[in-house]
Design a protein around this ligand. Structure first.
Ligand SMILES: [Zn+2]
Length: 247
């Protein structure tokens, strides 16, 4: 008999994660935070353009309302914030580079150094990765395998056909982004679908800075609604991303 799993995966390690982790704790949600060890403490902004955001070095003074902080926690704060029982730390590339064009040597630096630094900082072996902006190539995959990665999370594009997942694949495709228009409906579908012969998984992903957009879907209230719904459901196991692969 298959089981039903729910997990979340959030990228970049920004200051809004502090509030998010509290919210997860309140609803018994477990999840994974993907960090870049080479850019701890970096402060930039995100300009919200209606669907997603673009990094900006400074706020346009004529339109401050279009920006949210993208303040990555410093190393000491990160150690404190992410050292929680319901949290797994995973890699997001040392410098959060677009990984499509990386040479073998650059991939080594981006992946191996991040796995090593984060493992050292948090005191356990890092086994997961999320591709920055969903980008990767064969050099990156090779470096991930060399570092003993269990999984590497992609980005989702549109509604998935079902809730199945392949535990033997390195590539983990998330089910839905917390800002997706269909997120509430899809989660309801997951909750109402009885467990079958195979395991089912719902991987919710995104960025906590998107919760500052102040839109209907880009806010803490919407995410809390999703957490509330899934926490009340029966027969669902809450795990970190790593937990999906350690059975
Ligand atoms: Zn990212």
């Amino acid at each position: 008999m298959g089981e039903k799993f729910f997990t979340v995966s959030f990228d970049d390690g920004t200051e809004q994660d502090v509030r998010l982790i509290e919210l997860m704790k309140a609803y018994g949600i477990k999840g994974t935070f993907n960090l870049s060890s080479g850019i701890f403490g970096r402060k930039t902004y995100i300009r919200y353009d209606g669907s997603s955001g673009k990094t900006a070095a400074a706020i346009d003074p004529l339109h401050p309302e279009l920006y949210v902080n993208h303040f990555i926690l410093d190393k000491e704060t990160a150690l404190r914030v992410y050292s929680k029982p319901n949290v797994e730390v995973a890699s997001h590339g040392t410098h959060h580079l677009v990984q499509t064009e990386l040479t073998a040597q650059q991939a080594e630096e981006e992946i191996t150094r991040d796995f090593t630094e984060l493992s050292k900082l948090f005191g356990y072996k890092i086994v997961g990765h999320a591709f920055p902006k969903g980008t990767y190539n064969s050099n990156v995959i090779e470096a991930l395998r060399k570092n003993g990665a269990y999984y590497a999370r992609k980005v989702s594009r549109g509604k998935p056909k079902d809730f199945s997942f392949d535990r033997s694949s390195l590539l983990l495709t998330p089910t839905c982004r917390h800002t997706d228009e269909f997120s509430d409906e899809l989660l309801r579908e997951f909750i109402e679908t009885p467990a079958g012969s195979d395991d089912m998984v719902f991987v919710l992903w995104g960025h906590s800075y998107e919760l500052d957009y102040g839109t209907r879907l880009g806010c803490f209230e919407h995410l809390e609604g999703l957490f509330k719904a899934v926490s009340r459901a029966n027969g669902i196991r809450f795990v970190t991303n790593r937990g999906l692969f350690e059975r």
